[in-house]
Design a protein around this ligand. Structure first.
Ligand code: COA
Length: 177
């Protein structure tokens, strides 16, 4: 998995050296509440295990990945952004990829999520993905605002992915030829 550079950020593969920063991120209730079980991590071993599972979580597409997202220059950890195969709900056989973002609260309000996600959209489309989706907890206004900034279409509430009702957004790759 290669490295992506944007104006202010570097998106790079996680290594186990990132486990303390990933643990700190997902130990924060205001971050953890919006993903997975909603439970904050309580031990760094959970971050270590998550990093180990990342290749499997990304799915098999060569452009997919979970990215340690850091500031250019300083390398300061900003959060995790992702372009991964999205798990379909039972009965939905679509093969979509999702974009996602989980930033440390210290990094909110600077446009970093939108900047990183814009690069991931480009990466996905360049790699031939026809459509990208994002799914949000229905109450996650900040994340939905990122989707709107990216120009995504609001699909409303759907249970197509993750076997739960989420508010989903999509973006189609429009060919120019
Ligand atoms: C969702 C989340 C990533 C959104 O972060 P964010 O910083 O609000 O989003 P953006 O990167 O798009 O930044 C937009 C904000 O930065 C401001 N901003 C400042 N400088 C900016 C710049 N140069 N460019 C763009 N926006 C800028 C915008 O005005 C906007 O501010 P506002 O929130 O006051 O309107 C963040 O809240 C988060 O990590 N939450 C916890 C985890 C989570 O919910 N993940 C999503 C699960 S679906």
């Amino acid at each position: 998995m290669d490295v992506i550079e944007t104006e202010r950020l570097v998106l790079r593969p996680f290594t186990q050296d990132d486990a303390p920063a990933l643990f700190e991120l997902f130990s924060l209730p205001e971050v953890a509440r919006w993903s997975g079980t909603g439970q904050p991590m309580t031990d760094v071993s959970e971050a270590i295990a998550r990093i180990e599972r990342m290749p499997e979580r990304a799915g098999g597409h060569p452009a997919a990945g979970l990215f340690a997202t850091v500031r250019r220059g300083t390398g300061a950890f900003v959060g995790m952004t992702l372009l991964v195969r999205i798990p379909s709900s039972a009965g939905n056989d679509r093969e979509d990829h999702e974009i996602g973002w989980h930033l440390h609260p210290d990094a909110w309000g600077h446009g970093y999520a939108t900047e990183a996600a814009t690069a991931l959209v480009q990466r996905g489309f360049d790699a031939g993905m026809p459509r990208l989706v994002a799914v949000t907890n229905p109450d996650n206004i900040r994340s939905q605002a990122v989707c709107h900034r990216l120009g995504m279409t609001d699909l409303g509430l759907t249970s197509d992915w993750y076997d739960r009702e989420l508010r989903a957004f999509s973006l189609d790759h429009r060919r120019c030829d």
